[in-house]
Design a protein around this ligand. Structure first.
Ligand SMILES: Cc1ncc(COP(=O)(O)O)c(C=O)c1O
Length: 371
């Protein structure tokens, strides 16, 4: 049986008719950039995240760069540093670079694979202005520990919430913990568009107004306001209309993800050497990805591939080792180094079928029996 890692036609089948109606309305309406749909989506997304305001932008990378600039934390040319994790999509660090700062990498917590507050504290220098914790794989980073360290050091906290739509900790959702948060609606995300899209949330409404100026930085109003660091990066009306339809399904889709994760955990807990992602006791994990660890990852992935089961690695390399981000002053990151060769992602999305789930579980149990 072939089990694809993700088939994006399946979520579309659930919302196709409604989405086509919504898109027809946009086409006939004659307003395609920054109109009613974007404004309505911004209100709905802010409410969903538990933040006072939101601004739609072109993608998650721009969302992060614009949030860093609009917060005032980063000013190009000043030699600012921003601390983040080495285990994330390269876009996280690219956004820091695009904002005009240098990404500095701190180590991760071995259980959550997200930024470790103690390591963050050690990475801070007099040039550090901000920290970007990434809520990796669908689980919030330790926002209490990171918030405490940031407050002690006077750092702005910008959440990279690209992978954690609807995840929560301490009763608060991703997007309501830092000074601001950046989201991606890349099609594979828990709330995915039909192309690129992104948003920024914050409780600070004057910050949201600055973002709205910066997202069309060449616009007359933005030029007169004298805002540096602008981009031309807007969420468009078609994507906003489609996102509004899918947003109505997001909580149910996240619950389905959690049920599938529970099944993997229940059935695979006895496998020797296999480390499964821990449930989030004080919060809600939304399993954007189900990332396990195995000391013989490549042999296990080959075994699964031979049975038609597609797995991926998020991520196969650490960012502090990439030429674009490498620095002589970078401290060693032993925890990140110890997990990067073991992690791999199993198929998990709301439309994964029961027989596909059983096929994945059966193939891993078979590998375990033979080892
Ligand atoms: C953690 C993380 N940050 C940032 C991004 C960048 O988002 P986008 O692809 O919308 O620019 C992504 C998605 O690829 C991501 O997973």
């Amino acid at each position: 049986m072939r089990v694809p890692f993700l088939d994006l036609r399946r979520p579309h089948e659930e919302v196709g008719a409604e989405t086509e109606d919504a898109l027809r309305g946009v086409l006939a309406g004659g307003s395609y950039i920054l109109g009613h749909e974007v404004e309505a989506f911004e209100g709905e997304w802010a409410r969903f995240c538990g933040a006072r305001g939101a601004a739609g932008v072109g993608n998650g990378t721009d969302a992060l760069a614009l949030a860093l600039v609009a917060s005032g934390a980063v000013r190009p040319g000043r030699g600012d540093e921003v601390v983040t994790t080495p285990l994330t999509a390269g876009y996280t660090a690219l956004a820091i670079l695009n904002a005009g700062a240098t990404p500095v990498f701190a180590d991760i917590n071995p259980d959550t694979c997200s930024l470790d507050p103690e390591s963050l504290d050690k990475a801070v220098t007099p040039r550090t202005r901000a920290v970007v914790p990434v809520h990796l794989y669908g689980r919030l980073a330790d926002m209490e520990g990171i918030g405490d360290a940031a407050a002690r050091r006077g750092l702005v906290v910008i959440e990279d919430a690209a992978q954690s739509h609807g995840a929560s900790a301490g009763g608060r959702r991703a997007g309501s913990h830092g000074h601001a948060a950046a989201f991606s609606f890349y099609p594979t995300k828990n709330l995915g568009a039909y192309g690129d899209g992104g948003a920024i949330t914050s409780d600070d409404l004057s910050f949201i107004e600055r973002v709205k100026g910066l997202r069309q930085g060449g616009h007359e109003a933005a030029l007169r306001a004298g805002l540096p660091g602008g981009l031309n990066s807007r969420l468009d009306e078609m994507q906003a209309a489609a996102l509004r339809v899918k947003l109505r399904r997001l909580e149910e889709w996240n619950s389905r993800r959690r049920r599938l994760a529970d099944a993997y955990r229940r059935e695979l807990s006895r496998c020797e050497g296999l480390v499964l992602p821990a449930e989030h006791e004080q919060g809600s994990h939304v399993y954007h990805l189900f990332v396990a660890q195995h000391p013989e990852r490549e042999r296990l992935r080959e075994h699964l591939s031979a049975r038609g089961i597609e797995t991926l690695i998020h991520y196969p390399y650490l960012l502090h080792r990439q030429p674009l981000f490498r620095r002589d002053a970078q401290a060693a990151l032993p925890v990140a180094e110890s997990v990067v060769d073991k992690i791999f992602s199993l198929p998990l999305y709301p439309q994964l079928r029961e027989e596909e789930l059983r096929a994945v579980i059966g193939a891993i149990l078979d590998f375990d029996d033979r080892s």
